[in-house]
Design a protein around this ligand. Structure first.
Ligand code: SF4
Length: 277
């Protein structure tokens, strides 16, 4: 693993496309130690220009909090909307964050200049360290990724990611802390729909479900090029590699949570609102 300190000229990146209702994305790091096999970021220029092996490097944007503070002040001074998704191309709470506190200092900037919406997207229990700051941002949603309820599937397909137990404990702690909490089943991995819905009951305000076919930005062809079909075949998960395979979980979640609390793919990520407050 190569960890390199870098600087950035800008912290916020204007966004659109899949994140149409957001004004900006924010990536405190480049690269991601979680190395999910399906991660579409491997196919993006940000990784391809870097040249390293996906999952084996992390660039730390050491000046991102200071740059962000300036950018937020300028946007607010001009009365511009600020709806930020942190992060879409890295995990803001991977291991380096425990040492560098880049994400934590970015949250301090958001406290100083309150956004119209901040979505913090992570799969890491390290986020618990910052619940005190998340609670001070008025329109903030913690979106925790949990793609399956099956620990064997988690270990097989995303071996470097935090365990399901640790993520469930993080959800419980977030709800106890009074945060607005979304679970992102993104992408849906093989699961037991009824047991998964039971696992999530009472542990979040909202669920958003996504798939390789709806959410990888290319109707599944990026995922195909990453070799995920072969990975599924190798482990006997073929039935789950299908555009409709998400439906049983999606419908089970709607039965359990109600249709207003379950979103799907692009529309689901863009209608997050100010849940739980
Ligand atoms: S945690 Fe997110 S950014 Fe990191 S490898 Fe997995 S999908 Fe990609």
């Amino acid at each position: 693993m190569t960890v390199r300190e870098t600087t950035c000229k800008s912290a916020l990146t204007k966004t659109g496309g899949f994140l149409a209702e957001y004004t900006h994305s924010l990536q405190p790091y480049v690269g991601c130690v979680f190395q999910c096999a399906y991660c579409y970021v491997q196919a993006l220029p940000i990784h391809q220009y870097h040249g390293g092996e996906w999952g084996e490097y992390v660039d730390v944007k050491v000046n991102a909090p200071d740059v962000l503070l300036r950018e937020l002040a300028a946007l607010r001074a001009r009365g511009k909307p600020v709806r930020v998704f942190m992060s879409s191309a890295t995990d803001p709470y991977q291991g380096a964050e425990a040492k560098y506190h880049i994400t934590r200092r970015c949250l301090e900037a958001f406290i100083a200049h309150q956004p119209d919406l901040l979505v913090v997207q992570t799969r890491s229990p390290v986020v618990r360290r910052d619940f005190d700051l998340l609670a001070q941002i008025d329109r903030c949603v913690l979106s925790l990724t949990l793609e399956t309820n099956d620990e064997t599937v988690r270990r097989t397909l995303t071996p470097r990611c935090p365990s399901i137990r640790h993520r469930v404990e993080t959800l419980d702690a977030a709800m106890a802390a009074g945060l607005a909490v979304q679970v992102a089943v993104s992408p849906v991995l093989p699961n037991d729909p009824a047991a998964f819905a039971r696992l999530l009951a009472g542990r979040c305000h909202r669920v958003v479900v996504d798939t390789y076919f709806a959410g990888d930005g290319s109707c599944g062809s990026r995922t195909e090029r990453l070799g995920i079909r072969a990975l599924y075949t190798r482990h006997g998960y073929d039935d789950w590699y299908h555009p409709d395979a998400y439906r049983r979980l999606y419908e089970t979640l709607i039965d359990a949570f109600g249709s207003d609390r379950v979103g799907f793919s692009k529309e689901g990520f863009n209608t997050i609102g100010t849940i739980g407050r």
